[in-house]
Design a protein around this ligand. Sequence first.
Ligand code: DX5
Ligand code: ZN
Length: 218
Amino acid sequence: MVEVATSLLSIKEQDCVQTIYNLEVAGANYFHIDVMDGKFVKNDTTEIMRKYTETIKQITSTPIEVHLMVEDVEAYSKAYIDMQVKTIIFHIESIKSEKEIMKLLSYIKENNVQVGLSINPNTEIEKLYPYLPYLHRILVMSVEPGKGGQKFIETSTEKIKRLSRFIYENGYDIDIEVDGGINDKTAKEVVDAGANILVVGSYMINSSNYKEAMQKLK
Ligand code: DX5
Ligand code: ZN
């Protein structure tokens, strides 16, 4: 069953309460919080995303997943653990050593938060394999991280197929989530390739009817 995580990166701040409410009514399975520190990627969304997280928690119990596009993964993980989000996902490219990645994965899980690793378009999927036994979720980037409204990178589909096959052959139970340029066409492609969670930003926010857009994706 396909789940949808709605990204708030492209919403208008002044409409955020109404938008959050409308997305929940339309059937969002998760809210996807895109935290950018202005170093790992050039935009800085740290303040606005903290605000959205607080707002979501006041309005709805829909789970929150945090996509950390930051250099200081530990500091931002702590901040979002304290806000009691459901899942924290950080980039494999932001951490230097395998030891450090393992330490962060345990730190997040010890605080009862689910954990995921994200991988950029030009990082080979095999880099994730040593961590699969410890992950709840993998976030395959189908655009370069840093902004919304970009075009889906076609090579992502092959990567998802390879990852999905490896997970199946090894009997892991891990969600494959795809992030970037997802719309009704690319959604079908990535689900057929083995993805089961779709992050959607601009396609949803720009649609005139969230419920319809949600049904098309699911
Ligand atoms: C990009 C973010 C994505 C983005 C998705 O760095 O990680 O979550 O907001 O937005 P769309 O769906 O517009 O590509
Ligand atoms: Zn994201």
